[in-house]
Design a binder for this molecule. Structure first.
Ligand code: ADP
Length: 239
């Protein structure tokens, strides 16, 4: 199978607005693909349809050859897609470890008890947060909240990880750490589709980019060439 994710003629209308207009693209296993475009171009709507948080108006989304469009978010998690959200969605009254344990209960292996605790520590270690496992989630710094969000997504054992501006809001030092972290997750074999605005991060992480403008796909190809594409440059400059 040459593609893990295959999106075909995906369309989403909100009343009279076509937010996503017949978009098709694929992601191969092991790839890190950037989903780019100016604000309002439809990127988050595409992620929401892949993760099942929004139903598509038309089109098809398949994972490993199986149709996932039309399924509920929890069913899509079980098929192997998990995501982070633009706003961290943890459970602030629980500890960091408990947050990951809670995610594991919804994962593909439905882990509970001691097995879940051990696994949660492992996931936290992967994002450099094992030392904070017993701390209250609401005491975390911003980047550590982001790390916890990533650990929760990884706890769902995704074949495809969707990142929605995971690097947004980080300072330059944290950004370098964040890029390294995503790289380490990729090295462990993850396939990633990331909505991102930070061009340095996109250049550092993504082998390929899909660019949207006003709901349509306007470019799809290797990162350097795609970012130099005239239509892409024009869309970003708003000319
Ligand atoms: P991006 O992620 O590229 O900034 P979005 O996918 O968030 O863009 O939004 C694409 C368009 O769809 C925008 O015009 C936005 O206002 C509109 N939109 C997004 N979500 C909704 C919604 N739930 N209801 C109505 N319009 C929406």
């Amino acid at each position: 199978m040459s593609e893990l994710l295959k999106i075909e003629e995906l369309t989403k209308r909100f009343g009279g607005l076509t937010a996503v207009n017949s978009v098709s693209f694929s992601v191969a296993p092991g790839e890190v693909v950037g989903l780019l475009g100016p604000n309002g171009s439809g990127k988050t709507t595409v992620l929401n349809m892949i993760s099942g948080h929004l139903p598509a108006t038309s089109g098809r989304i398949a994972l490993g050859g199986q149709t996932i469009s039309g399924l509920a978010p929890n069913q899509i998690v079980l098929k192997g897609v998990s995501r982070t959200f633009q706003l961290v969605r943890g459970l602030p009254s629980l500890t960091v470890g408990e947050n990951v344990v809670a995610a594991l209960a919804f994962g593909r292996r439905k882990l509970w008890g001691k097995a879940a605790q051990a696994e949660a520590l492992q996931r936290l270690d992967e994002v450099g947060l094992a030392h904070r496992a017993d701390q209250s989630a609401q005491e975390l710094t911003y980047i550590d909240q982001k790390r916890m969000e990533l650990a929760r997504a990884l706890a769902l054992e995704p074949e495809l990880l969707l990142l929605d501006e995971w690097l947004a809001g980080l300072n330059p030092t944290e950004m370098a750490t964040g890029i390294e972290l995503i790289r380490s997750i990729q090295r462990r074999g993850a396939t990633i589709l990331m909505v991102e605005h930070m061009m340095d991060a996109i250049r550092a992480l993504c082998s390929r980019c899909v660019v949207m403008n006003a709901g349509r796909k306007i470019a799809d190809g290797p990162t350097a060439a795609t970012l130099a594409d005239r239509e892409v440059v024009t869309a970003y400059l708003g000319e």
